[in-house]
Design a protein around this ligand. Structure first.
Ligand code: X2X
Length: 334
Protein backbone atom coordinates (compact mmCIF):
# COMPACT_ATOMS: atom_id res chain seq x y z
CA UNK A 1 0.00 0.00 0.00
CA UNK A 2 1.82 3.20 -1.16
CA UNK A 3 1.15 6.62 0.47
CA UNK A 4 0.86 8.74 -2.72
CA UNK A 5 2.04 12.29 -3.16
CA UNK A 6 -1.59 13.57 -3.31
CA UNK A 7 -2.29 12.14 0.16
CA UNK A 8 0.68 13.88 1.72
CA UNK A 9 -0.01 17.16 -0.11
CA UNK A 10 -3.68 17.03 0.85
CA UNK A 11 -2.55 16.42 4.44
CA UNK A 12 -0.01 19.23 4.40
CA UNK A 13 -2.34 21.68 2.58
CA UNK A 14 -4.95 22.47 5.20
CA UNK A 15 -2.59 22.03 8.16
CA UNK A 16 -0.02 24.78 7.83
CA UNK A 17 1.11 27.41 5.40
CA UNK A 18 -1.99 28.90 3.72
CA UNK A 19 -3.42 29.34 7.25
CA UNK A 20 -1.11 32.24 7.93
CA UNK A 21 -2.75 34.54 5.40
CA UNK A 22 -6.23 33.23 6.24
CA UNK A 23 -5.65 33.44 10.06
CA UNK A 24 -5.22 37.21 9.74
CA UNK A 25 -8.65 37.55 8.24
CA UNK A 26 -10.58 34.59 9.67
CA UNK A 27 -13.42 35.50 12.02
CA UNK A 28 -13.58 31.92 13.33
CA UNK A 29 -10.70 29.50 13.93
CA UNK A 30 -12.20 26.03 14.33
CA UNK A 31 -9.98 23.26 15.74
CA UNK A 32 -10.81 19.61 14.88
CA UNK A 33 -8.76 16.80 16.46
CA UNK A 34 -8.58 13.04 16.04
CA UNK A 35 -6.45 10.06 17.09
CA UNK A 36 -5.64 8.54 13.69
CA UNK A 37 -2.48 8.52 11.54
CA UNK A 38 -2.12 11.18 8.83
CA UNK A 39 -2.41 8.53 6.11
CA UNK A 40 -5.73 7.13 7.36
CA UNK A 41 -8.76 8.06 5.16
CA UNK A 42 -10.06 9.96 8.22
CA UNK A 43 -7.33 12.57 7.77
CA UNK A 44 -7.19 12.52 3.99
CA UNK A 45 -10.89 13.39 3.86
CA UNK A 46 -10.71 15.75 6.87
CA UNK A 47 -8.01 17.85 5.20
CA UNK A 48 -9.91 18.01 1.92
CA UNK A 49 -12.98 19.02 3.94
CA UNK A 50 -11.07 21.73 5.84
CA UNK A 51 -9.81 23.25 2.59
CA UNK A 52 -13.38 23.26 1.17
CA UNK A 53 -14.84 24.86 4.32
CA UNK A 54 -12.17 27.55 4.35
CA UNK A 55 -12.68 28.26 0.65
CA UNK A 56 -16.50 28.24 0.74
CA UNK A 57 -16.46 30.55 3.77
CA UNK A 58 -14.32 32.97 1.73
CA UNK A 59 -11.74 33.04 4.52
CA UNK A 60 -14.18 33.77 7.34
CA UNK A 61 -13.39 30.31 8.79
CA UNK A 62 -9.90 28.89 9.46
CA UNK A 63 -10.68 25.19 9.96
CA UNK A 64 -7.61 23.43 11.37
CA UNK A 65 -7.08 19.64 11.53
CA UNK A 66 -4.97 18.11 14.35
CA UNK A 67 -4.45 14.41 13.51
CA UNK A 68 -2.74 11.48 15.21
CA UNK A 69 -3.39 12.44 18.83
CA UNK A 70 -1.37 15.68 18.43
CA UNK A 71 -3.63 17.26 21.07
CA UNK A 72 -3.50 14.33 23.52
CA UNK A 73 -5.16 11.01 24.23
CA UNK A 74 -8.80 10.21 23.42
CA UNK A 75 -9.88 10.91 26.97
CA UNK A 76 -7.92 14.24 26.91
CA UNK A 77 -9.52 15.30 23.63
CA UNK A 78 -12.99 14.29 24.84
CA UNK A 79 -12.54 16.67 27.77
CA UNK A 80 -11.27 19.38 25.40
CA UNK A 81 -14.31 19.23 23.11
CA UNK A 82 -16.62 19.15 26.17
CA UNK A 83 -14.96 22.28 27.60
CA UNK A 84 -14.73 24.03 24.22
CA UNK A 85 -10.91 24.06 24.16
CA UNK A 86 -11.36 22.46 20.75
CA UNK A 87 -14.49 22.76 18.61
CA UNK A 88 -14.64 19.27 17.04
CA UNK A 89 -13.42 15.72 17.77
CA UNK A 90 -14.13 12.33 16.18
CA UNK A 91 -14.66 9.57 18.72
CA UNK A 92 -15.79 5.96 18.80
CA UNK A 93 -19.30 5.60 20.33
CA UNK A 94 -17.85 3.09 22.78
CA UNK A 95 -15.26 5.44 24.28
CA UNK A 96 -18.08 7.99 24.56
CA UNK A 97 -19.69 5.26 26.70
CA UNK A 98 -17.85 6.50 29.80
CA UNK A 99 -20.02 9.63 29.60
CA UNK A 100 -23.12 8.37 27.75
CA UNK A 101 -23.46 4.59 28.32
CA UNK A 102 -26.31 4.26 25.79
CA UNK A 103 -23.95 5.38 22.99
CA UNK A 104 -22.20 1.99 23.17
CA UNK A 105 -25.15 0.08 21.69
CA UNK A 106 -23.74 0.15 18.15
CA UNK A 107 -20.78 -1.93 19.37
CA UNK A 108 -22.77 -5.00 20.39
CA UNK A 109 -20.70 -8.02 19.36
CA UNK A 110 -21.55 -9.60 16.00
CA UNK A 111 -24.68 -7.41 15.76
CA UNK A 112 -24.39 -6.03 12.21
CA UNK A 113 -24.01 -8.75 9.59
CA UNK A 114 -23.00 -6.28 6.85
CA UNK A 115 -22.69 -2.60 5.94
CA UNK A 116 -26.26 -2.54 4.65
CA UNK A 117 -27.43 -3.09 8.24
CA UNK A 118 -24.81 -0.72 9.68
CA UNK A 119 -25.76 2.36 7.65
CA UNK A 120 -29.50 1.63 7.79
CA UNK A 121 -29.22 1.64 11.60
CA UNK A 122 -26.70 4.47 12.08
CA UNK A 123 -28.34 6.79 9.52
CA UNK A 124 -31.71 5.61 10.81
CA UNK A 125 -33.52 5.38 14.15
CA UNK A 126 -30.66 3.84 16.13
CA UNK A 127 -28.26 6.62 15.10
CA UNK A 128 -30.94 9.23 15.83
CA UNK A 129 -31.49 7.70 19.30
CA UNK A 130 -27.75 7.90 20.13
CA UNK A 131 -27.40 11.44 18.71
CA UNK A 132 -30.33 12.56 20.91
CA UNK A 133 -28.64 10.98 23.96
CA UNK A 134 -25.40 12.84 23.17
CA UNK A 135 -27.26 16.12 22.66
CA UNK A 136 -29.45 15.77 25.76
CA UNK A 137 -26.75 14.52 28.14
CA UNK A 138 -23.63 16.50 27.24
CA UNK A 139 -22.13 19.82 26.10
CA UNK A 140 -21.74 18.21 22.68
CA UNK A 141 -23.76 17.28 19.61
CA UNK A 142 -23.01 14.76 16.83
CA UNK A 143 -23.31 15.47 13.11
CA UNK A 144 -25.80 13.32 11.17
CA UNK A 145 -23.48 10.82 9.43
CA UNK A 146 -21.15 8.78 11.64
CA UNK A 147 -17.71 8.24 10.06
CA UNK A 148 -16.40 4.68 9.66
CA UNK A 149 -13.73 2.77 11.55
CA UNK A 150 -14.74 -0.65 10.28
CA UNK A 151 -15.17 -4.22 11.45
CA UNK A 152 -12.62 -5.03 14.13
CA UNK A 153 -10.12 -7.91 13.92
CA UNK A 154 -7.90 -9.40 16.61
CA UNK A 155 -4.09 -9.43 16.53
CA UNK A 156 -1.50 -10.90 18.87
CA UNK A 157 2.24 -11.52 19.20
CA UNK A 158 1.76 -14.73 21.23
CA UNK A 159 -0.34 -17.07 19.09
CA UNK A 160 -3.01 -17.17 16.37
CA UNK A 161 -6.58 -16.71 17.66
CA UNK A 162 -8.57 -19.41 15.84
CA UNK A 163 -11.22 -20.16 18.53
CA UNK A 164 -12.46 -18.45 21.73
CA UNK A 165 -10.23 -20.65 23.95
CA UNK A 166 -7.16 -19.06 22.34
CA UNK A 167 -8.15 -15.82 24.12
CA UNK A 168 -8.14 -17.41 27.60
CA UNK A 169 -5.89 -15.32 29.83
CA UNK A 170 -4.51 -13.35 26.88
CA UNK A 171 -3.59 -9.76 27.84
CA UNK A 172 -5.67 -7.86 25.31
CA UNK A 173 -5.52 -4.10 24.89
CA UNK A 174 -8.95 -2.54 24.58
CA UNK A 175 -9.88 1.15 24.21
CA UNK A 176 -10.95 2.94 27.43
CA UNK A 177 -14.58 1.78 27.48
CA UNK A 178 -16.62 -0.35 29.94
CA UNK A 179 -18.24 -2.14 27.01
CA UNK A 180 -14.96 -3.38 25.54
CA UNK A 181 -13.75 -4.58 28.93
CA UNK A 182 -17.01 -6.48 29.43
CA UNK A 183 -16.80 -8.13 26.00
CA UNK A 184 -13.22 -9.39 26.45
CA UNK A 185 -13.94 -10.56 29.97
CA UNK A 186 -16.78 -12.59 28.43
CA UNK A 187 -14.12 -14.10 26.11
CA UNK A 188 -12.14 -14.93 29.31
CA UNK A 189 -9.26 -12.77 28.08
CA UNK A 190 -7.48 -10.32 30.40
CA UNK A 191 -8.48 -6.90 28.99
CA UNK A 192 -6.33 -3.79 29.69
CA UNK A 193 -7.68 -0.34 28.78
CA UNK A 194 -5.03 1.73 26.96
CA UNK A 195 -5.54 4.89 24.90
CA UNK A 196 -4.74 4.44 21.21
CA UNK A 197 -1.80 6.86 21.40
CA UNK A 198 -0.01 4.37 23.68
CA UNK A 199 -0.93 1.09 21.92
CA UNK A 200 2.16 0.66 19.70
CA UNK A 201 4.54 0.99 22.65
CA UNK A 202 2.41 -1.23 24.91
CA UNK A 203 2.57 -4.01 22.28
CA UNK A 204 6.27 -3.45 21.58
CA UNK A 205 7.16 -3.68 25.28
CA UNK A 206 4.74 -6.63 25.76
CA UNK A 207 2.70 -4.83 28.41
CA UNK A 208 -0.07 -6.53 26.45
CA UNK A 209 -0.01 -9.53 24.06
CA UNK A 210 -2.70 -8.40 21.67
CA UNK A 211 -5.21 -5.82 20.54
CA UNK A 212 -8.13 -5.50 18.14
CA UNK A 213 -8.77 -2.97 15.36
CA UNK A 214 -9.91 -2.76 11.73
CA UNK A 215 -7.23 -3.62 9.14
CA UNK A 216 -7.01 0.03 8.01
CA UNK A 217 -5.89 1.01 11.53
CA UNK A 218 -3.49 -1.96 11.82
CA UNK A 219 -1.87 -0.91 8.51
CA UNK A 220 -1.77 2.89 8.90
CA UNK A 221 -0.57 2.63 12.54
CA UNK A 222 1.99 -0.03 11.49
CA UNK A 223 0.87 -2.44 14.23
CA UNK A 224 2.17 -5.30 12.02
CA UNK A 225 5.64 -4.25 13.27
CA UNK A 226 4.71 -5.35 16.82
CA UNK A 227 2.12 -8.07 16.13
CA UNK A 228 2.71 -11.36 14.28
CA UNK A 229 -0.78 -12.87 14.10
CA UNK A 230 -4.01 -11.33 12.75
CA UNK A 231 -7.34 -13.16 13.10
CA UNK A 232 -10.30 -12.06 10.96
CA UNK A 233 -13.08 -12.14 13.59
CA UNK A 234 -15.31 -9.17 12.58
CA UNK A 235 -16.38 -9.28 16.26
CA UNK A 236 -17.64 -5.67 16.25
CA UNK A 237 -18.46 -2.85 13.82
CA UNK A 238 -17.13 0.53 15.02
CA UNK A 239 -17.37 4.13 13.84
CA UNK A 240 -16.52 7.69 14.83
CA UNK A 241 -19.17 10.25 15.76
CA UNK A 242 -18.08 13.71 14.53
CA UNK A 243 -18.68 15.62 17.77
CA UNK A 244 -19.00 19.39 18.16
CA UNK A 245 -19.04 21.71 21.18
CA UNK A 246 -22.56 23.20 21.38
CA UNK A 247 -21.55 26.65 22.66
CA UNK A 248 -18.89 27.05 19.95
CA UNK A 249 -21.45 25.97 17.35
CA UNK A 250 -24.03 28.46 18.54
CA UNK A 251 -21.44 31.24 18.09
CA UNK A 252 -21.21 30.42 14.36
CA UNK A 253 -23.62 32.39 12.12
CA UNK A 254 -26.21 30.18 10.35
CA UNK A 255 -24.64 30.52 6.88
CA UNK A 256 -21.26 29.31 8.22
CA UNK A 257 -22.95 26.50 10.18
CA UNK A 258 -24.50 25.32 6.90
CA UNK A 259 -21.11 25.29 5.15
CA UNK A 260 -19.51 23.28 8.00
CA UNK A 261 -22.42 20.83 8.39
CA UNK A 262 -22.67 20.11 4.66
CA UNK A 263 -18.92 19.50 4.31
CA UNK A 264 -18.56 17.40 7.47
CA UNK A 265 -21.38 15.08 6.40
CA UNK A 266 -20.18 14.88 2.78
CA UNK A 267 -16.63 14.07 3.89
CA UNK A 268 -18.02 11.43 6.25
CA UNK A 269 -19.86 9.66 3.44
CA UNK A 270 -16.75 9.74 1.22
CA UNK A 271 -14.59 8.50 4.12
CA UNK A 272 -16.92 5.49 4.58
CA UNK A 273 -16.20 4.34 1.03
CA UNK A 274 -12.45 4.85 1.45
CA UNK A 275 -12.34 2.89 4.74
CA UNK A 276 -14.42 0.05 3.37
CA UNK A 277 -12.19 -0.27 0.27
CA UNK A 278 -9.07 -0.18 2.42
CA UNK A 279 -10.35 -2.76 4.93
CA UNK A 280 -11.43 -5.02 2.06
CA UNK A 281 -8.02 -4.90 0.34
CA UNK A 282 -5.38 -5.04 3.07
CA UNK A 283 -5.02 -8.79 3.79
CA UNK A 284 -2.45 -9.23 0.99
CA UNK A 285 -0.52 -6.13 2.05
CA UNK A 286 -0.36 -7.23 5.71
CA UNK A 287 0.81 -10.70 4.66
CA UNK A 288 3.55 -9.02 2.61
CA UNK A 289 4.53 -7.20 5.77
CA UNK A 290 4.98 -10.59 7.46
CA UNK A 291 1.71 -11.02 9.34
CA UNK A 292 0.19 -14.54 9.64
CA UNK A 293 -3.53 -14.09 8.92
CA UNK A 294 -6.27 -16.63 9.67
CA UNK A 295 -10.04 -16.64 9.26
CA UNK A 296 -12.40 -17.72 12.07
CA UNK A 297 -15.93 -19.10 12.56
CA UNK A 298 -17.90 -16.15 14.02
CA UNK A 299 -20.55 -18.52 15.46
CA UNK A 300 -17.96 -19.96 17.93
CA UNK A 301 -17.25 -16.48 19.32
CA UNK A 302 -20.91 -15.42 19.33
CA UNK A 303 -21.79 -18.63 21.21
CA UNK A 304 -19.09 -17.80 23.78
CA UNK A 305 -20.65 -14.37 24.40
CA UNK A 306 -24.11 -15.90 24.70
CA UNK A 307 -22.90 -18.53 27.16
CA UNK A 308 -21.28 -15.77 29.23
CA UNK A 309 -24.63 -13.88 29.38
CA UNK A 310 -23.06 -10.92 27.54
CA UNK A 311 -26.17 -10.12 25.45
CA UNK A 312 -28.49 -10.50 28.47
CA UNK A 313 -26.30 -8.19 30.54
CA UNK A 314 -26.20 -5.41 27.95
CA UNK A 315 -29.88 -5.77 26.95
CA UNK A 316 -30.67 -5.00 30.59
CA UNK A 317 -28.23 -2.06 30.67
CA UNK A 318 -29.44 -0.50 27.39
CA UNK A 319 -33.10 -1.21 28.16
CA UNK A 320 -35.87 -2.80 26.08
CA UNK A 321 -36.63 0.27 23.95
CA UNK A 322 -33.03 0.79 22.78
CA UNK A 323 -32.45 -2.96 22.35
CA UNK A 324 -35.57 -3.19 20.16
CA UNK A 325 -34.21 -0.30 18.08
CA UNK A 326 -31.00 -2.27 17.53
CA UNK A 327 -32.76 -5.55 16.68
CA UNK A 328 -35.01 -3.64 14.25
CA UNK A 329 -31.93 -3.58 11.98
CA UNK A 330 -30.00 -6.69 13.09
CA UNK A 331 -32.76 -9.20 13.82
CA UNK A 332 -32.83 -11.16 17.07
CA UNK A 333 -29.39 -11.23 18.73
CA UNK A 334 -29.84 -13.54 21.70
O1 X2X B 1 -8.57 3.06 19.98
C1 X2X B 1 -8.80 2.38 19.01
O2 X2X B 1 -8.54 1.17 18.95
C2 X2X B 1 -9.46 3.02 17.80
C3 X2X B 1 -8.44 3.82 17.06
O3 X2X B 1 -10.01 2.04 16.97
C4 X2X B 1 -10.55 3.90 18.30
O4 X2X B 1 -10.48 5.09 18.25
C5 X2X B 1 -11.70 3.25 18.92
Amino acid sequence: MSIDRRTLLASAGALALPGIARAQTAEFTLKYANNLPLTHPMNVRANEMAAKINAESKGRIDFKVFPNGQLGTDTDMLNQVRSGAIEFFTLSPLILGNLIPSAQISGVGFAFKDYGQVWAAMDGDLGAHVRKEINDKSQMFAFEHIWDNGYRQMTSSARAITKPDDLKGMKMRVPPSPFWVSMFKAFEASPATINFAEVYTALQTKVVDGQENPLAIIATAKLNEVQKFCSITNHMWDGFWFLGNKKAWERLPKDLQDIVRRNVNAAGLAQREDVRKLNDNLVGELKNRGMVINTTDAELFRAKLRAAGFYEEWHKKFGDQAWALLEKYTGKLK
